[in-house]
Design a protein around this ligand. Sequence first.
Ligand code: SF4
Length: 332
Amino acid sequence: MNSSGKKARALGLCSGGLDSMLAGLILRDQGIEVEFVTFETPFFNAEKARKVSQMTGIPLSVKPIYAVYITMLKSPPAGYGKHMNPCMDCHSLMFKLAGEMMQAQGFDFLFSGEVVGQRPMSQTKSSLRYVEKHSGFEGYILRPLSAKNLPQTIPEKEGKVNRDLLLDIEGRSRKRQIKLAKKFGITDYPAPAGGCLLTDKGYSDRLKDLFDHQQGCTEAELHLLKYGRHFRLNPQAKLIVGRTQKDNENILKYHNPKKDTVIRLKKYAGPIALVPHGAQKDSIFLAASICAGYSQAPNFAAVDVQVTSPNGEEVLKVIGIPPEDVRKLLIT
Ligand code: SF4
């Protein structure tokens, strides 16, 4: 309760994992009104958080944050993790945005399911401090699962939260969380969430290539990095070649018909290939030959390839280049 006798209100970051679920339930158990927020970018989505909200009945807000996220991602002050994951600044940004919601919507404090020492880089005490400081909401971020091993927060000092009912979990073992889940009657909880797409080597390599070769990028271009084989043809041109039907569908879904060039074989089954932003004639010819190399056209046969660009359609006759001969152009 607030000193005014009103129920305290807390807004939690929900990753969709068991820990954020438990953090919310622990606070709700002591009479605090809790809500969740989760953020969406091409690198992570709200799917698991929505399930957690359904399972617990804790209301969830979903906020797309592409524009502000990409600015941070291009030069995160604390740098990247093993791949393109800027975990410390990602968390700081999420708490900053949640903090702004807290102020705008009259919440008393923020919380998350972070556990001290659970992740080697992003959940050490000093990382948690970094995040707090850089979020701009120092003192207002409560981690109910590890609170007793962390300095008292403002809501605890103000009596809005009973520190005695918070926990002192530390380290990688999940035993106490699993016991706690049982206590709350949760049996079907999500497996520990791995990192987002930015922790994936292949995706990170493709993203780095994109950042190295073009100034800005659209959200759709970041989705395109998830599908197909990616080739760097030259500093100005890249090629994406679908590997599966799903890749082909998504390449078409996310491509930009006003800028990109689509390549497909006319008479043989084969992949959809895409040259984002188009390219010079010789690069399109190379792209069409690579595309034909991945098709079912007979080796060394001249085949017709349809090329669709914002300037219209044309048919090129090419001989497929065997995949092993273009491996050196692959981005990953
Ligand atoms: S794994 Fe991805 S979503 Fe999670 S903190 Fe790191 S960058 Fe952010």
